[in-house]
Ligand binder design. Structure first.
Ligand code: GRG
Length: 298
């Protein structure tokens, strides 16, 4: 990560880190230890930072931000993301030994604890969202929680993961790859943006702009990830790179070539930045995140 973006994320991450630590405080047993191990393994916190940045961009001018409202949702999205990584690394799925520069959950705690740590993180995420108070806006809270459930389940991330497993070792078209990536990775990124936007009261054309932004960076993020799997170093990535080729997975560089993949990621980034135009200065954090997504090295 560039040092500018390092500072950006470090500053934005602070309240999220504190919230996540407090959310899993309690008596130590192996299950909780496994949950904390993955949650505190040094993730970028992209999804919660997106929730906060979209919330700030959409908040009506002059309205004070309400952290008690937005932080539980930001933390919940990181918990769901972390569960997906723990399960993705399991022997039954990608069978990876290294994640975020550390041994994967099942390597440290065993498969049973890793499965349960993922299950419990997903459940805890919905628990903290359901307990959030926003007097007079209960219907909005339910809508946002339902959005996050849809983005995580069979019609979102889990469905995309299934498409990914089915596609292993097969040749798929660029359209099929895009559909897979939009579900596996894009849905959770897009819903992170719309969650922040909706909690700030966005609707109509503002919300549509946020959907365009979220959808564009969601796909750009995955294309960048495919490129990093070819070009990135294992140390910076915190995992073994080259895994897509080893597992005979279809990727953007494999289907389009590296140059066309970079061009597509760049065009999606521009689409995302263009969508921020109505937000002026208030869209600056989101603009920086879009830039970071295609220039990151981890
Ligand atoms: C198991 C239901 C289920 C879903 C798994 C997202 C996913 C679906 C699997 C991850 C596979 C993978 C490595 C995809 C590449 C894009 C991606 C999500 C990378 C990891 O996200 P980052 O870079 O990770 O935000 P950090 O560690 O920074 O949080």
């Amino acid at each position: 990560m560039s040092s500018v973006m390092d500072d950006f994320f470090t500053e934005k991450k602070q309240p999220i880190e504190a919230y996540l630590k407090a959310a899993l405080a309690g008596p130590v047993n192996k299950l909780l230890e496994a949950m904390r191990y993955s949650l505190e393994a040094g993730g970028k916190r992209l999804r919660p930072v997106l929730v906060m940045a979209a919330y700030q961009a959409c908040l009506p001018i002059g309205e004070a931000p309400c952290h008690d409202l937005v932080l539980p949702f930001a933390a919940a999205l990181e918990m769901i993301h972390t569960y997906s990584l723990i399960h993705d690394d399991l022997p039954a799925m990608d069978n990876d030994d290294l994640r975020r520069g550390k041994p994967t959950s099942h390597k440290v705690f065993g498969e049973a604890a890793a499965i349960l740590a993922g299950d419990a993180l997903l459940t805890e995420a919905f628990s903290i969202m359901a307990q959030t108070k926003f007097p007079g806006h209960e219907a909005l809270l339910l809508t946002v929680i339902a959005d996050i459930a849809a983005a995580s389940g069979a019609f979102g991330m889990a469905g995309g993961q299934w498409l990914d497993l089915e596609a292993e070792g097969k040749h798929i078209s660029a359209a099929e790859l895009e559909n897979l990536h939009r579900h596996k990775t894009g849905c959770l990124i897009e819903v992170s943006v719309t969650t922040g936007a909706k909690l700030a009261g966005a609707s109509g054309s503002s919300l549509e702009a946020m959907v365009t932004y979220g959808r564009s960076i969601g796909l750009a993020f995955q294309i960048a990830d495919d490129i990093l799997d070819v070009e990135g170093g294992a140390e910076a990535m915190g995992k073994n790179t080259g895994g897509d080729a080893r597992k005979h997975k279809s990727t953007y560089p494999g289907l389009l070539g590296l140059a066309a993949s970079k061009a597509k990621a760049g065009a999606l980034k521009q689409q995302a930045i263009d969508a921020l135009q109505p937000f002026g200065e208030r869209g600056e954090s989101l603009r920086q995140i879009a830039e970071y997504i295609v220039t990151r090295n981890s």
